[in-house]
Design a protein around this ligand. Structure first.
Ligand SMILES: [Zn+2]
Length: 117
């Protein structure tokens, strides 16, 4: 008689910061414009999450959630747990989240600012 083990190999779980760092490293250019607004308030959208929603007829519908910086930080942990198929986040809004590596803003100007050189 064999004793089959019920324990499976542990699924590697990434921390929220690790997942967000992966998103920031792999996402493309910003596509959100000034007309894209937060779904929870009237602020400009700073993040977009895409989910696949199974419908009653067996098809799958793609649906987006857009959030401002405030509502992204408020809900990003719960949203990422639900495995969105698409994520785009403005990097600068994540600087308050511990462990997230936000790229430095480029404020340095080339030249002396007086000439085109
Ligand atoms: Zn909002």
């Amino acid at each position: 008689m064999s004793t089959a083990t019920l324990t499976e190999a542990p699924v590697p779980t990434l921390s929220l910061a690790d997942r967000l760092n992966a998103v920031l490293q792999n996402q493309g250019e910003r596509t959100l414009g000034l007309l894209d607004r937060c779904d929870s308030c009237s602020q400009h959208a700073q993040a977009e999450f895409t989910f696949l929603l199974p419908q009653n007829d067996g098809t799958v519908t793609e649906s987006e959630i857009m959030l401002c910086g405030f509502h992204t930080r408020a809900h990003v942990a719960a949203i990422m747990e639900r495995n969105p198929v698409g994520v785009w986040i403005e990097p600068s809004i994540l600087w308050k989240i511990k462990g997230v590596e936000v790229p430095k803003q480029e404020h340095a100007k080339s030249g002396d600012g007086l000439t085109d050189a």
